[in-house]
Design a binder for this molecule. Sequence first.
Ligand code: MN
Ligand code: MN
Length: 343
Amino acid sequence: MARYGAQFGPDITFLGVPQCDHAEPETYVDSDVVIIGAPFDGGTSARPGARFGPKALREACYLGMDGQRPSLAMRVDGLTDLNVRDAGDVEMFSGDAQTSCAALQAVVETVAQSGAVPLILGGDHTVTWPDVTGVARAVGWGRVSVIHFDAHADTGKIEFGSLIGHGQPMRLLIDSGAARGDRFLQVGLRGYWPPPDVLAWMAEQGMRSFEMTEIGVRGLDDVLTEAMSIAMDDCDGVFLSVDIDVADPGHAPGTGTPEPGGLSSRALLDAVRRICYEVPIVGMDVVEVSPPYDHSDITAMLGNRVVLEALTAMARAKADAATGSRWDPGLPLLANRPGATGD
Ligand code: MN
Ligand code: MN
C-alpha cells in the first residue's frame, strides 16, 4: 500500500533532512514535522505532470543538500531548529484515485496521530481530500480550519465525469464533515470558474473566499488578518493548503491550470510565513507543481521555498515561545533574532 523512498526519481529527502519510515512511527518519534510525498496527478483536468512534483520540490535548490537552511529573515533554521524528517512517497497510482487516496489518508492519519505535523508534497490538488481527512481523523473531526491558497475554488461536484479529482477536494471535505464550510478560508481566487450553482453551494456552506480583486483593493495583509481570525474561532488547529497556481503564471508557469493575475512569489512567501508564525499549523500541503511544464525550475523553486518558509516560521514560533521574544518583520536583519530585546 505504501513504501519507503521515492516513487519517481532518485531517493532523496527534502533538502537532505533525515529519512524516516511512515509505517514505523518509532522512526519519527519526537518529530515536529514529517514530510510525505504524494506523486499523484490522476485528478488533473488539463495539463498533467504533478506526479513529478514531490521529486522537484525536494531537490529544487542551488545550495547543498545538507539538511540545513538558516533563514536570513527569521534568524532560525527550519530544518534543524525543528525536528524534520522525510518519509518518502506514498505509493500512488494515477489511474486509481480511490486506492491512492486511501493509502495517502492512512499515512497522513498515522503521522498526525504521532503528534507531528504532516507536510505533504503533491501531486495535484486531489490529495488535499485525503490530507485534511487524515489530519481531521487524528486531531478532531470538523475541528480543523482550512486556509486554502488557490486560483480556483476546487468545490466542484462532478468534473470530467468523476467525483474525485483536483476540482472537488474542498466540496468532499465539507460534505463529509471533516472540515467546516464556515471555517474554510480561500485566498487568491480569480478567473472564470466555478459557475453560479457552485458559488451558491459555497455560500450555503458559509465559506469565505477572497478573490484577487478584493485582495488588490484591501491588501493581502488585511485579508490574511481577517482569514486567520475566522480560522482561529473555535478550532483545534489549521491546515494550510497551497496550490502553486495561486501565484501568477509568470511566477509559477509549471502547473496544470495556470490563471493570469495571481500573487507574486514574494507575496505568497510572506503570506505563508506569517500564517505559519501566527496560527497553530496541524497539517500542510503544497500541490500542483508540474515539472514538465516548468521553465528554468521557476515553479519548483517557489514550491521548495513555500515549504521552507513554513518550516522557518514554525521554528521561529517555537523559539519565540521559549524566549518570549517576537519576530518583527520591520526590524533590521542583525537585530531580529530569537531572544533579542530591541538591541
Ligand atoms: Mn487547486
Ligand atoms: Mn488551482
